[in-house]
Design a protein around this ligand. Sequence first.
Ligand code: AMP
Length: 113
Amino acid sequence: MPTIFSKIISGEIPADIVYQDEQVLAFRDIAPQAPTHILIIPKEEIATANDLTEQHEPLIGHLVLVAARIAQQLGIAQGGYRLVMNCNRDGGQEVYHLHLHLLGGRKLAWPPG
Ligand code: AMP
């Protein structure tokens, strides 16, 4: 099922894009939970982490590397950051298009709520 993120990929709705290539797109979260809050998504429609298969290994590796590079570029790598992938109801997933949250710019609490 296409989600709002598919519309961001197609350009149908705007987003504050910070990076993109053939495989992934990264943009600022509309409701930031930290001074820096970026979503990194695959352009391929994958609903949840449960839908990943072996064929997605390089894509997911790329997703994480892109997140780390963005953290460097936005100046939060040294201080630290958190990468989060919520899955399904108990994980707090709201948009069913796989995405990695990159959160930083403040001290993040642990454990998460
Ligand atoms: P999750 O709860 O892990 O599914 O995260 C979905 C995230 O998408 C939330 O942090 C939302 O604030 C964010 N979000 C929803 N719609 C948009 C949008 N149009 N542009 C940017 N971020 C969005």
